[in-house]
Design a protein around this ligand. Structure first.
Ligand code: SF4
Ligand code: SF4
Length: 123
């Protein structure tokens, strides 16, 4: 670009609103249907492990014996597949972008697995 054209452009830019947002201080409202954060309602999770088996990035771990459900948001690509396969709908995908973090932190939940029905006593 030649200098005579550059100067008016630079001057105009000084008085224009910025064309980008100061993310994460300014967050844009998500579009309807945006693929956002994964949320697990521990009270409805039965620790079946389907979400962990289907996750393409292996960012979910489920241990039924330890009553543990773990999600690593740093490895999650927000595909939503885990929420689609969850049989109890305890996993949902919101429209909100995940909160930006500087420290790697996993989400750990301790759902209570359903109890097996007691065996009927012999008559
Ligand atoms: S979140 Fe859903 S799919 Fe994953 S272990 Fe719990 S019930 Fe199963
Ligand atoms: S949204 Fe996709 S990548 Fe993220 S936990 Fe679910 S299945 Fe895995």
């Amino acid at each position: 670009m030649k200098l005579p054209r550059l100067i008016p452009n630079a001057l105009r830019s000084l008085f224009r609103r910025p064309t980008t947002r100061r993310y994460p201080a300014e967050v844009r409202k998500p579009y309807a249907g945006s693929r956002g954060e994964i949320v697990n309602d521990a009270s409805a999770c039965i620790l079946c492990g389907l979400c962990a088996r289907r996750c393409p990035t292996s960012c979910i771990e489920v241990d039924k014996h330890l009553c543990l459900w773990v999600h690593d948001p740093f490895a999650c690509v927000l595909c939503g597949w885990c929420a689609e396969v969850c049989p109890t709908d305890s996993l949902t995908q919101t429209e909100q972008r995940p909160t930006p973090r500087t420290v790697r932190q996993r989400t750990e939940l301790h759902p209570t697995p359903p109890q097996r029905p007691a065996k009927p006593k012999d008559a």
